[in-house]
Design a protein. Sequence first.
Length: 354
Amino acid sequence: MNFLKKLTAAGLSLALLAGTAACTGADKSWAAKNDSLTVPIGAYIYYEYLAYQDASSKVKDSSKPVLEQTVENKDAAAWIKDKAVDYTKLLLAADKKMKDLKLSLTEDEKKQITSDTSSQWSQYQSTLEGYGVSKESFGLASVEFSEKYSKIFSAIYGKNGTNPVSDADLKNYFEKNFTDFSYVRIPLYDTKTYAALDDAKIKEYKKMGDDYAAQLSKGTTTVDKVGEAVKQKLSLDAAPSQSTTDVIDDSSGYPADMVKLIQGMKAGEAKTIEITDANTYLIVMKHDVTKKTQTQLSTDNGRLSVLNRMKSKEFTDMLESEAKSLKNVQLNDKALNAYPPKLFVPKDTASAAG
């Protein structure tokens, strides 16, 4: 869930900023509210920060100030503020959805939220306190939201959910979209000094990889054996082999050339590829994913992993739509306007611009 990653410490790893309003004038301690929940202004500031970071990655010229540019054909500052409001409303939408589905956090879940909040807060406290971040606000907007998000998802698509996904549909999705593969990494550099290898050694290592790939394709050896052989040959601390079962596409995090290679391979086939950016030669083997189906779907975590891949976009779109259509939501415009996007302009950039 890409959106979920943004709102939790697992993504941008930043917490809810609990901005302190001035003691005089309008109450600026909250950003939005309805009949059941009041969202603190810190939540809005946090989401505004997320939106600023998104904008930074979307502008055409990274060398120019973000706020002097446009994002998706809209003034960057306006785009950031709109996104922050949208994210803020998601807190309200998630709270409403919990009530609609008659869900509540168990005592164990509350304890886990408290524990996770403390653990994550200890990592970022020194940075976030400079912004006036509160640990409680962090727990609410990041950790607790994540737990509710997941709980709602399971209550809808789980085995006993309101819109359950059958085992047959999960099996079909898994076997059609997931890939089971392994790879063995052969560094084309000295792993102790990181110095480049000479051409003769590189040629030797590549031939070794090609030979092992041929053996794997013939079925005369295994990935584990190849990994151990490479470990011994290169005097590595551990076997440089890894196996995984996942959706392999442009967003999977693997090098584009590697993704293309795997997508074009057949089960039982092994090939080699040089990843120049990593100065590495890979032996890649594709397995029969159908042999992993039973194992993958036999555990709650394995089933949920497939379910997330299958339904995360649909779920996120639904919750965002419900957030936009919420009624009786009051926005505290004076509070929102007190925290403009320029709050997140790096100080050195702001000084230079000034």
